[in-house]
Design a protein around this ligand. Sequence first.
Ligand SMILES: Nc1ncnc2c1ncn2[C@@H]1O[C@H](COP(=O)(O)OP(=O)(O)O)[C@@H](O)[C@H]1O
Ligand SMILES: [Mg+2]
Length: 243
Amino acid sequence: MPLFAPNRYKGKLIVVEGIDGSGKSTQISLLSQWLRSQGVAVAFSEWNSSPLVRETTRRGKKKEMFTPTTFSLIHATDFADRTERYILPLLKSGAIVCADRYAYTAFARDVARGVGRRWVRNLYSFAIRPSLCFYFRVSLDVAIGRILGGRNAIKYYEAGMDLKLSRDVQESFRIFQGRILDEYDAMAEEMGFHVIDATQSIEAQQQMMREIVMQELGESLKSGVLRSQGETHAAATAVTVLR
Ligand SMILES: Nc1ncnc2c1ncn2[C@@H]1O[C@H](COP(=O)(O)OP(=O)(O)O)[C@@H](O)[C@H]1O
Ligand SMILES: [Mg+2]
């Protein structure tokens, strides 16, 4: 079974991956602003954001009802919904879709929660192959420091508390995120990630991302993808309707 479905459309899909606190959201947000400033039509898609499964996820999490397999299936449902209603139509329209986490998040996290590697990869075989995937590599200590700098409570599932790794939330979080980090590192080469040293300054990382985007997608950016004059409006309207 092939890992992903080919992207047969004009649009491009740019993905960021890495553990919590690695700086993904910061970088993809800067990159999309820059792409917009180049006159390209850009859209955004976040992990676990589909309205279809929001309520189920909320209720299931509250009552701690999820097993690793049901949790994995819920995320895949969210992903399928976003793919069909949002990502695919935007790629068809020629937009650049920036995704904050993609199927690799499930490959890393669900496996860290005990789900089979082959099973979860098979589950996502309908996903469109990204044009580019950036992996923000950072040590556990740096990531935890950044997360705890921003807020003080780590959530139950975020810490993998359901896996009973430790009764202490911070300790559980460390073990769980460590497993996820190992999975990402093991995937990096196989999946062709562009590995970014996420301990560098925000500016240095952003510069590197832009260079890679220009190298890999530069020609398409000039003429292949949807330009924003007038047309962005159409894409933006389509997105609003589709959401
Ligand atoms: N290169 C960096 N150096 C220091 N702090 C950073 C860097 N990149 C991001 N941060 C900070 O770390 C925190 C987590 O960043 P964020 O982009 O939300 O990470 P993620 O989306 O991967 O969880 C934020 O407070 C952010 O401002
Ligand atoms: Mg984020």
